[in-house]
Write a new protein. Sequence first.
Length: 95
Amino acid sequence: VSANIVYNEYIAHKEHIHMNATRWTTLTEFIKHLGREGICEVDETPKGWFLTYRPEDKEEKMRQAMKAKRKVAEEEEDDRNARLIREQIERANAA
């Protein structure tokens, strides 16, 4: 979708926010920000800037978070087991 069309439709509403009320001085700067942050895919063409919005799958995000949490827990358990074995070896050598 053309960025200009999206912006014009947005500001057509009564309770809109104009670009000059934001930290971005131009629509181009805002579009580039959306692209850098990964919110939208941004393409610059001779006809102007175009946006492709791909919403994130919340379930996939949650699965990835759980996977990362599980990995950290497994690493902590491995570290704890290694420490216990080291302590047992030290006690056996001391005795």
